[in-house]
Design a protein around this ligand. Structure first.
Ligand code: G4P
Length: 525
């Protein structure tokens, strides 16, 4: 197989949803179809969401488990599929955003009874910003739900993207019989099964009498009528519009019962994008380029307290990654080679000799990497598009054990490199402020500092509304701003200026009063 063929056959994507819509179940079923696992339930995915907020030990244990399921790769029908897992809990949303920088497309799962929910809307915003092609899987059709046409309207409106159904449900709730495959124009009926895949019967002509026999006269008549309406209402499906993120193909089904999953998977493999070019601060990088390049989009701490090793997840953007070859760590301006890079196949992890664009390589790390680090064959360039979001929750972090000052500083540093939260140093009083997007992170940080770094910390309240990065071409105005707001200025980890607004009112006043200052709400500008 040529290098280009290897790239073309790769599909790297994430499944995203509001908690409980069925992301984990769908992931499992895709693995089941792909033959990567044989019985559903074999892969325990990221179930953080099921845990009570205060039960952080359980959360950490589960984060440990999720290392194994961070990337689930499998081979199916000549394709190499890489599913990137994302945490369900909304406090870990930033992890999800970062993972979305490493995928070429997304499948959004929606609960048919609940419709589009808050977190789905937010995730879709990120996809829209990045122009990531998305497919929608409307799940749980085995439960009573809204009319599918209404659901389509809701998705179009709420997710702000045109939709085009490519499969269609036959009934719902107790009367749910399966889905018609609009994309392949056939009907594939089989017995519901929660555990394994059963063989079905394919019917290619919707007017065939056997359709009436199998699903009943009335359901058959409704199906024919609805299919006609679809053809009348929706323009013909255009793959290019999907690839340009202008149209989202929609599939219906029940992941739990295996309905509609095959239809989704087959279409996905055929039309979803193979690895796409990536942007750096210098130029665009094409996957077909001969030289290897990639970036770290996620760092996962190993939960074993005896080994402070972490795994850095590197997305290969171009060229072939090889074991034991020297690569240039751009930020550190240092060459490194990796003797035990790992790949992830379903629920297993193994050392690999090479990886191609689209693949994710796990590199054991003892502190060399932080999120968004770039690796190349010598070229000095940094991959873009891994922003930190302006945090919304803040606390001062204080040392609670004078003997462990060093450990605390090191621990905080490393946790920030992992992207658990953001650290700001208040310029007025020199105190350290932790900023997060979710409340859970504070507990996670305290727990991990103690257990991994033997450092005790305590938090003290600070009333802040938002932290935003500021810059200006007008040096005088910037200096004036910093002088006037001296009590509200901080530096981020990279020494950049951050304005700490105590209230929305204060932020608005600053925006209006200083027209030449740019206020940024993500770290990448
Ligand atoms: P998530 O990862 O998006 O959070 O959702 P997950 O797959 O864990 O599914 C959430 C719940 O919805 C699970 O039930 C799961 O069994 C159920 N579910 C998923 N797909 C379907 C479907 O097609 N039909 C129906 N009726 N239910 C579905 P649970 O009771 O919360 O968990 P479990 O004990 O079954 O794992």
């Amino acid at each position: 197989m040529t290098f280009t063929d290897e790239i073309k056959r790769r599909r790297t994507f994430a499944i995203i949803s509001h908690p409980d819509a069925g992301k984990t179940t769908l992931t499992e079923k895709l693995l089941l179809f792909g033959g990567a696992i044989h019985v559903a339930g074999a892969v325990k995915s990221n179930k953080i969401k099921k845990t009570a907020t205060s039960d952080f030990m359980e959360i950490e244990k589960q984060r440990g488990i999720s290392v194994a399921t961070s990337v689930m790769g499998f081979e199916y029908d000549g394709y190499k599929v890489n599913i990137l897992d994302t945490p369900g809990h909304q406090d870990f949303q930033e992890d999800t955003f970062r993972t979305l920088t490493a995928v070429d497309s997304c499948i959004i799962v929606i609960d048919a009874a609940k419709g589009v929910e808050a977190q789905t809307r937010k995730l879709m915003e990120v996809c829209r910003m990045r122009k990531t092609p998305v497919m929608v899987f409307v799940n749980k059709l085995d439960r009573p739900c809204n009319d599918p046409f209404d659901l389509l309207d809701e998705i179009e409106k709420e997710l702000q993207i045109k939709v085009r159904p490519l499969s269609w449900p036959i009934g719902n709730g107790e009367l749910f019989k399966g889905v018609f495959n609009i994309y392949e124009n056939n009907l594939y009926l089989f017995q519901a099964s929660k555990q394994t895949i059963t063989e079905g019967v394919a019917i290619s002509n919707i007017n065939d009498k056997s359709v009436d026999e199998m699903i009943g006269d009335s359901a058959a008549a409704t199906l024919r009528e609805e299919l006609e309406t679809i053809e009348g209402v929706y323009p013909e499906f255009d793959v290019d519009s999907y690839l340009k993120a202008e149209v989202a193909p929609v599939f219906f089904g029940s992941a739990l019962n295996n309905f509609g999953v095959r239809e989704l998977l087959h279409c996905f493999l055929k039309i979803a994008p193979s690895p796409q070019p990536a942007t750096t601060d210098k130029r665009q990088v094409n996957p077909e380029e001969e030289k290897f390049s990639g970036f770290v989009f996620k760092i996962h701490a190993n939960m074993d307290p005896n080994h402070r090793n972490r795994i850095a997840f590197v997305k290969v953007c171009s060229g072939k990654f090889e074991r034991n070859k020297n690569y240039h760590h751009v930020r550190l301006n240092k060459d490194l080679k990796f003797s035990s890079p790992t790949a992830f196949m379903a629920d297993k992890k193994s050392i690999i000799d090479e990886a191609y664009p689209g693949d994710i390589v796990g590199i054991p790390d003892s502190g060399n990497f932080k999120i968004s680090d770039s690796l190349t064959e010598g070229e000095v360039m940094n991959f873009k598009g891994i922003p930190s979001f302006s945090p919304e929750l803040f606390r001062y972090i204080e040392n609670d054990d004078p003997m462990k000052q060093k450990q605390l500083a090191k621990g905080i540093d490393q946790l920030m490199d992992e992207g658990v939260a953001q650290l700001f140093v208040h310029q007025f009083n020199n105190r350290k402020i932790i900023g997060t997007v979710g409340a859970l992170q504070f507990e996670v940080i305290q727990y991990r500092l103690l257990h991994e770094y033997q450092a005790a910390c305590r938090y003290e309240p600070i009333a802040l509304y938002k932290a935003c990065w500021i810059e200006s071409d007008d040096e005088a105005e910037l200096a004036e701003f910093k002088k006037r707001k001296v009590q509200y200025m901080a530096k981020d980890k990279d020494g950049r200026d951050v304005f700490l607004a105590e209230s929305n009112y204060m932020l608005q006043m600053a925006l209006e009063g200083f027209k030449h200052i740019k206020f940024h709400f993500t770290s990448e500008f």
